[in-house]
Design a protein around this ligand. Structure first.
Ligand SMILES: C[S@@+](CC[C@H](N)C(=O)[O-])C[C@H]1O[C@@H](n2cnc3c(N)ncnc32)[C@H](O)[C@@H]1O
Length: 307
């Protein structure tokens, strides 16, 4: 197919997308090419706080604008994958023209088979059911990996941040509007964990049972053989933080736990007590049994952006 025919075809596809609420299907890929407006690309990268240490992977990269912008404006590196050879050439040519070909590359590859292990940021503008198919793989990425999606959410995985932009020239999806969804891959905290801490003259044992639905955690703690409920809190990648007041000895003792989950260990600090008696000390917890992260009724596509 020559360039002119190709442009006509893309234009025809774009016209076909004027009305529907979701992106239509065409060709070898699972979704047609519709570029993310540049102001939306800029905001997606801003929300993900992309910087020079980041490795950005765009799933279905089109003309390459997301990875090229990440390289050019934020000094990041990365790659995009697409099945459309014309778009791949366009993207690699643009990367060269913009002087970022060494940091932004584009490969012919099915996005569902792409190795995402190098990513610190994954971006997408795909259909809701494609997002859902990707969801288990995204949740298995390194905790702290950021995911940003244009227009469609990820089923029941509540975003950590979301934004709507007015984009008058946009004619697909919800015309005139773009939605951006941002998530941070949470660490796996579900399960049982044990700690021992000095409180007053004693060493007290804490047995935590964390239940986790995506990044949202709740559960119980058994201290001195008395069980208390934990407050609900949100994981920020591998970081956790929660307050707890429990009976120890004769009185109520307040705790502020802050930590980082690394595999089967939590390391951080705990602030125990109030006022002049307050003490900050190291906190370590060891996992004694793994639990399952709950993912709601994943499998039911939820098109958040469509009215
Ligand atoms: C809606 S466009 C988004 C383009 C770009 N990410 C952007 O936001 O400007 C989706 C892209 O995904 C590509 N695509 C569709 N199914 C794919 C698949 N299974 N593997 C790789 N790319 C695919 C299409 O060719 C198209 O370029």
């Amino acid at each position: 197919m020559n360039w002119v025919t190709r442009m006509h075809r893309m234009f025809a596809v774009a016209l076909a997308l004027l009305a529907p609420a979701a992106l239509a299907q065409e060709g070898a890929g699972d979704v047609v090419y519709v570029p993310t407006p540049q102001i939306v690309v800029d905001e997606m990268l801003r929300m993900a706080k992309v910087g020079p240490n980041d490795y950005v992977i765009d799933l279905g990269s089109g003309d390459g604008r997301i990875v090229i912008t990440a390289a050019k404006k934020h000094g990041a590196r990365g790659f995009g994958v697409d099945l459309d050879r014309y778009l791949l050439k366009l993207a690699n040519d643009s990367a060269r023209k913009e002087g970022v070909a060494d940091r932004a590359r584009f490969f012919e590859q099915n996005l569902f088979e792409t190795d995402l292990s190098a990513a610190t940021v994954v971006t997408s503008y795909l259909l809701p059911e494609m997002n859902l198919k990707l969801l288990p793989k995204l949740l298995n990425l390194r905790p702290g990996t950021r995911v940003v999606a244009h227009d469609y959410a990820m089923g029941e995985w509540s975003p950590d941040d979301e934004k709507m932009l007015i984009v008058p020239e946009k004619t697909v999806g919800d015309p005139g509007k773009s939605y951006i969804f941002f998530w941070i891959v949470p660490a796996r905290l579900a399960g049982s964990w044990e700690s021992r801490l000095p409180v007053g003259a004693r060493t007290v044992s804490y047995r935590f049972t964390f239940e986790q639905e995506f990044q949202v955690v709740h559960g119980t703690v058994r201290v001195d053989d008395r069980e208390s409920r934990l407050p609900q809190f949100k994981l920020d990648g591998e970081q956790l933080s929660f307050n707890l007041t429990v009976p120890i000895g004769g009185g109520m003792v307040s705790h502020r736990f802050r930590g980082w989950v690394k595999g089967d260990t939590i390391a951080g600090t705990v602030t125990i007590g109030e006022g002049s008696g307050q003490r900050v000390m190291p906190w370590r917890a060891k996992q004694t049994a793994r639990g399952e992260m709950q993912m709601g009724a994943v499998g039911t596509p939820v098109a958040v952006a469509a009215p």
